[in-house]
Design a protein around this ligand. Structure first.
Ligand code: PAF
Length: 280
């Protein structure tokens, strides 16, 4: 495995390789990222993993400066799981004069759900992913379903801009108690870590209620929100949406995703659960 830190050096390597599967990350890697790499390996001759903490997707007051930079540990994990190239550019490689001048502007979905409290976030994600796609020239790119809204936005971007890349969605990796793996779990205190699975449990309860025929989605969202708030969370949103478009789900929809974001202590966690309803 090779670690490459400049675009020029990467492009030299890229010319010799036919088929590339790409896993973009911001580093601080856990099992969830490694499952993306394992999936990527099934899809191409060579796997490129980028590690780049992307300033333009962080809002003011977000954790850009505190975001853990753990290149050495990350590289060891990636070597073990069989990545071929780690592309870890310095900031000035991607933003030579310190800022980005041209942006990819996602549609209105960027201001919904997580975008409501993180203005500009998905614009920053779509822009850096486009830059990385242009550098890496992948055939396939793997994204986790943990960041479900990000996955939907990037899938739409690739389709709408005719990018010749196949997006492979990868299932959420969970701890034994159900908590979705996330770099942010490391910010939880031991007590908060014990409480954190309540978020996924709430989604599971809602899914069961829907499978039992509850079709008043607004009531289900409200009940789940007030229960978590009573347990000491600060719920940002719990929403029942269409799985493909993230439009509000209707009673007749079959492919649904329940998405949630909530703050525990000072840590904002997100999770989601896909639900397939069998009604006629
Ligand atoms: O999901 C992430 O880690 C980031 O948003 C991504 C896709 C690597 C872009 O910086």
């Amino acid at each position: 495995m090779q670690i490459i830190s400049t675009i020029a050096e990467f492009q030299k390597w890229r010319r010799q390789v036919e088929n590339v599967a790409f896993v973009p990350t911001m580093g601080n890697l856990h099992e969830g990222h490694l499952s993306l790499v394992r999936e990527a390996k099934k899809n191409a001759d060579a796997v490129v993993v980028s590690i780049f903490v992307n300033r333009i997707q962080f809002g003011e007051g977000e954790d850009f400066d505190q975001y853990p930079r753990t290149l050495q540990e990350d590289a060891e994990k990636l070597k073990e799981v069989g990545a071929d190239i780690v592309f870890a550019p310095a900031e000035q490689e991607l933003y030579p004069d310190g800022k980005q001048h041209y942006f990819i502007e996602p549609p209105l979905l960027q201001n919904d759900l997580c975008g409501k409290t993180r203005p500009g976030h998905f614009r920053g994600v779509a822009t850096v992913v486009t830059k990385l796609f242009n550098i890496v020239q992948p055939d396939v790119a793997c994204f986790g379903k943990k960041d479900y809204q990000q996955l939907v936005i990037l899938t739409g971007m690739v389709r709408d801009l005719n990018m010749n890349i196949r997006i492979v969605p990868v299932a959420i990796e969970r701890a034994e108690d159900g908590l979705a793996l996330s770099s942010r779990n490391g910010y939880l205190s031991p007590e908060e870590r014990c409480q954190a699975p309540e978020l996924f449990q709430t989604l599971q309860t809602m899914a069961t209620q829907m499978q039992q025929g509850h079709t008043d989605f607004i009531a289900l969202e409200k009940m789940a929100t007030s229960k978590l708030n009573q347990q000491g969370w600060q719920v940002d949103y719990i929403e029942i949406r269409q799985a493909l478009t993230l439009a509000k789900a209707q009673k007749s929809d079959k492919n649904i995703v329940i998405l949630a974001a909530a703050v525990l202590g000072r840590t904002r966690l997100i999770d989601n659960l896909e639900v397939h309803l069998l009604h006629a």
